[in-house]
Write a new protein. Structure first.
Length: 229
């Protein structure tokens, strides 16, 4: 978490110094050029849809669906963990936006209505936290891959729509990942993680393939050997 916040600060300093202008202008300029191509209208529609789904309302809806599923399955600790992760992460992003107070880019016409500060991207951070948390709770490789693809698409959509510099999105991803790693320390047992230690202890077997031995049986055997002696 500390490393991620340090990286966000460094990106902010680089962006304000103008050292990131070449990267930001070239990538957003390329997005603007692509928007004017024949296929640009279709891509813009996809980017609008991704941005809408990844907005505050979309995240809130998906969060409530995930919360309902967890409660329905009796995973109350996982539901509490998800709530803490999203509530804390949202407050963190709002706080960082106020600290840096970065204006929105004006290179391209905005294709989305925005009223908040630009750095770090709330879409990038919020969806990194939400989809990352859901992937952790599921705990499968397919969930991680799908979450990564969605996070990438939503982040790219913000630059395509002209409302975030690429460095805004990058800082949002780093912020979200750092907070997710911090919250991962309190992920409830069974929250998508395979618990392999207990089964191994409960069903331990002899090295040479003999049947599983119960501890009491071993103890009784030892006492029996002593009596024989």
């Amino acid at each position: 978490m500390a490393v991620s916040l340090l990286c966000v600060l460094l990106i902010a300093l680089v962006q304000r110094s103008g050292a990131a202008d070449a990267l930001n202008l070239s990538l957003m300029g390329a997005a603007g050029t692509a928007r004017d191509t024949p296929a640009g209208a279709a891509v813009t529609w996809i980017m609008r849809a991704a941005s809408l789904a990844g907005g505050s309302e979309g995240r809130f809806l998906l969060f409530n669906v995930a919360l309902a599923i967890l409660l329905w399955r009796g995973r109350k600790l996982s539901a509490l963990w998800l709530t803490f992760t999203m509530a804390g992460g949202t407050l963190l992003n709002l706080g960082l936006k106020q600290v840096f107070a970065a204006p929105r880019p004006d290179l391209l016409p905005h294709l989305d209505i925005v009223n908040s500060y630009s750095f770090p991207s709330g879409h990038a951070a919020g969806n990194m936290m939400l989809f990352g948390a859901i992937a952790l709770l599921i705990g499968s490789r397919a969930a991680y891959v799908m979450a990564g693809a969605i996070i990438l698409l939503i982040g790219v959509s913000r630059t395509w729509l002209g409302v975030h510099w690429p460095t805004d999105v990058m800082a949002g991803w780093i912020e979200g990942l750092g907070w997710l790693a911090f919250c991962r320390c309190w992920l409830p047992a069974g929250g998508g993680e395979q618990q392999g230690v207990a089964p191994a202890v409960e069903g331990r077997h002899a090295v040479r393939g003999d049947e599983a031995m119960h501890p009491e049986a071993v103890e009784d055997g030892c006492h029996g050997d002593e009596e024989k002696q």
